[in-house]
Design a protein around this ligand. Structure first.
Ligand code: UPG
Length: 321
């Protein structure tokens, strides 16, 4: 199949490009490089551009007959979305509408969307399944929920079918360590811990030790980026074999506290990691753990790297490349 990958030079997008190509698909990347790296996708056809640019999109979609679009281009920082909501609504909602309208206009009817656990807000039970109430507590979470709702309306009105994948905590790197997690600025836990292990940073600051969890630190469900990409591939196959729109929660169903992740990283790296205690970060729920039985049952998704040590081991290999 011919696939357009928006945000394909970013962390998850670039891993997706590599998996699609390995699986025999023809890929074009469109990325404005606001947080992506041109070198992360090698020789893959690349269009430098923004998904809000309708005339560029019309031209690109007219010149290629894409079967589907995978949409990774978005802003992802919860805290920033609270202080700069306009940036998030413009990029994650308005520009996604531009992309969807260009797709409808060009007759492309398959869409894989990067959604998030943040659409659920403060969980009222755990693990979180698909029918858990959706009540985001940040503009970031709201942007992703809005798009999910738009997609339901576009399915009804224009026959555009989509799969929304609600990521819990994407982490890790290609097992060969060639491609991995890079954000600017880096705000994600595992890369920051590993930079403290390598000496690139002095320490890791734990954001809050007074949560209602066994050790007082936040619990998250870390999912290997390759497993996450496999879920996208299965979603694409689902749509291309006539399946209808769907939304799935994606995690391993096991939660690790910040202190447990630091301990696992010390074990993997064999380095002592300096830990500082900080205040809670705004918008951080105490526990986010996925119930991913639905995607396992319906699409046959099976994670290959569910262990936190393996996720950290691959990230460490990338950190040391
Ligand atoms: O220096 C740090 C960085 C993070 N944390 C904690 O570590 C956990 C994980 O944080 P992080 O890696 O930033 O992930 P999340 O905030 O859980 O964010 C995930 O989920 C968000 C929405 O739910 C997405 O926007 C992110 O991209 C995705 O990684 C949280 O409890 C943080 O409070 C620290 O204690 N110290």
């Amino acid at each position: 199949m011919k696939i357009l990958v928006t945000g394909g030079a970013g962390y998850i997008g670039s891993h997706m490009v590599s998996l699609l190509e390995k699986s025999g698909h023809e890929v074009t990347v469109m990325d404005n490089l606001s947080n992506g790296h041109r070198d992360s996708i090698g020789e893959t056809p690349f269009i430098l551009g923004d998904i809000g640019d309708r005339s560029l999109l019309d031209q690109v979609l007219a010149e290629n007959s894409f079967d589907a679009v995978m949409h990774f281009a978005s802003f992802i920082q919860v805290g920033e979305s609270v202080t700069s909501p306009s940036k998030y609504y413009n990029n994650n909602v308005s520009k996604t509408l531009v992309l969807l309208d260009a797709m409808v206009n060009a007759g492309i009817r398959k869409f894989i969307f990067s959604s998030t656990a943040a659409i659920f807000g403060e969980p009222i039970y755990s693990p979180i399944d698909e029918s858990h109430p959706k009540s985001p507590v940040s503009p970031y979470g709201r942007t992703k929920l809005f798009v999910e709702q738009v997609l339901a309306d576009y399915r009804q009105a224009y026959g555009l079918k989509s799969v929304s994948l609600r990521y819990f905590n994407a982490a890790g790197a290609d097992p060969d360590g060639k491609n991995g997690e890079r954000h600017h600025p880096e705000t994600h836990l595992i890369p920051l811990i590993l930079k403290a292990a390598s000496g690139e940073r002095d320490s890791i600051t734990v954001y809050g030790k007074d949560y209602e969890t066994p050790d007082g630190t936040c619990i998250r469900d870390y999912i290997h980026v390759v497993d996450l990409c496999e879920a996208h591939l299965l979603s694409l196959m689902h749509l291309s074999s006539g399946g209808d729109s769907a939304a799935y929660n994606l995690g391993n169903g096991q939660g690790f506290s910040v202190l447990e992740v630091i301990a696992a990283a010390e074990k993997v790296t064999q380095k002592e990691i300096r830990v500082k205690n900080g205040n809670r970060r705004e918008g951080d729920p105490p526990r986010l753990v996925a119930d991913s039985r639905m995607i396992k049952q319906e699409l046959g998704w099976t994670p290959h790297y569910p262990e936190i040590e393996t996720i950290i081991k691959h990230a460490w290999k990338f950190e040391n490349q």
